[in-house]
Design a protein around this ligand. Structure first.
Ligand code: KG4
Ligand code: ZN
Length: 364
């Protein structure tokens, strides 16, 4: 477990660091190398990913025990791969970063255990990262990195939040989902339509051939006046519609998919605009798996252009879980003096861990 007083204090401002990042919170093993030089935006040297989608597909969702076992098999070969690809060796690594939470406990333990064992073997400090902060900061890895402050729309499989972000570790939650996350709404609706796992990308692909106005689906909390979301009712409405269609469902599936996607995206875009209005900010950052959704990008781009707002996304391949965002968040936290790396190599994981727990404070 983390003990007080074991921080290294090794980082001095301006130092150049090679950071190895390990992500293992769910069904993706991600490893990456990021270079942090001075106060400049850190750069990605290489990253490698193994997705467990195929393995879990047969079960219609993630099987936690299988996920943990697969992370064990994948993580070291992926680390070797990123080192080789970037012409570095383990001895060059200055810090080992890993996802400390939130996520599946067993899966997190694999990444944390491997990271701390590597750190101890190399005599290098380690740093536990919040998975959502990784998503949040992942747009800084893009060719068009944002500048603080901005509104962030964080839309993943487990979370839907609007935030005001004033700097690294300076996050104010403006609104969040009171039930299902946006990704969950995609996944559950897709499952009801027999589209398998993971549902988001499958539903989105099918939606491209459908008519988004074919079915009237609810836009929960759209006019609630606050920035909270609710997607549980949408799933029920999709189920009711699917039942009503009966034998016709197969022929109308693309229309139902397009209508579902439109309902989710509509709420996300409208609430994001409200958050921009409320904060007076002119910049928005989208992060998390649902940020890969094409319809969301198109609608948000149009709305932002109309309102003279700059919008930033992570690179498409860095929207879903990956090691690069973990190494990046570690680099930015160190640069900002928000967190120390540690050399006690004792670790815990935090399967449930609200993002505001790491706001403007070092992680204990
Ligand atoms: O951020 P992420 O990889 O994992 C979590 O931290 O949860 O997000 C995964 C979620 C899943 O719900 C998946 O269905 C959704 O992101 N997703 C998408 C798309 N790609 C991934 N949803 C809609 N459209 C997509 N293109
Ligand atoms: Zn994620």
């Amino acid at each position: 477990m983390h003990q007080a007083g074991q921080e290294t204090g090794f980082y001095t401002r301006g130092m150049s660091l090679l950071i190895l990042g390990i992500e293992s919170s769910c069904d993706e093993t991600g490893v990456a190398l990021v270079r942090s030089t001075g106060d400049a935006v850190p750069t990605l040297l290489s990253h490698a990913l193994h997705s467990q989608i195929e393995m879990h597909q047969a079960y219609g969702g993630v099987v936690p025990e299988l996920a943990s076992r697969d992370h064990i098999r994948r993580v070291l070969p992926l680390a070797t791969q990123v080192l080789t690809e970037s012409g570095q060796t383990l001895a060059d690594v200055d810090v080992v970063a890993y996802t400390r939470g939130p996520g599946l406990a067993g899966a997190l333990l694999v990444g944390a255990g491997v990271a701390c064992a590597l750190g101890a073997a190399l005599g290098k400090p380690v740093l536990g990262v919040h998975h959502l902060e990784g998503h949040l900061l992942s747009p800084f890895l893009s060719a068009d990195p944002p500048e603080f402050p901005f509104v962030a729309l964080l839309v993943s499989g487990g979370h839907t939040q609007l935030m005001r972000v004033d700097g690294v570790g300076r996050y104010e939650i403006l609104g969040e989902t009171i039930d299902d996350a946006a990704g969950e709404a995609f996944d559950k609706s897709a499952k009801l339509m027999g589209l398998g796992y993971p549902g988001g990308p499958a539903l989105s692909r099918l939606a491209e051939q459908g008519d988004a106005t074919a079915f009237k689906l609810p836009r929960p909390l759209l006019h609630s006046g606050n920035l909270d979301f609710s997607f549980a009712g949408l799933k029920t409405a999709v189920l009711t519609q699917a039942k009503k269609l009966g034998d016709e469902l197969e022929a109308r599936k693309a229309d139902l998919a397009a209508s579902t996607e439109a309902a989710i995206v509509d709420v996300l875009v409208k609430k994001t605009l409200t958050a921009l209005k409320q904060t007076g900010l002119k910049r928005v950052v989208v992060a998390g798996g649902v940020g890969a959704n094409r319809h969301l990008r198109a609608q948000l781009n149009a709305a932002c252009a109309q309102n003279k707002v700059r919008v930033h996304y992570p690179e498409l391949n860095l929207c879903t879980d990956n090691g690069a965002m973990i190494a990046m968040a570690a680099a930015m936290r160190l640069q900002a003096g928000q967190q120390e790396a540690r050399t006690d190599y004792a670790f815990d994981v935090k399967p449930r861990w609200p993002l505001d727990a790491i706001t403007a404070a070092s992680v204990g």
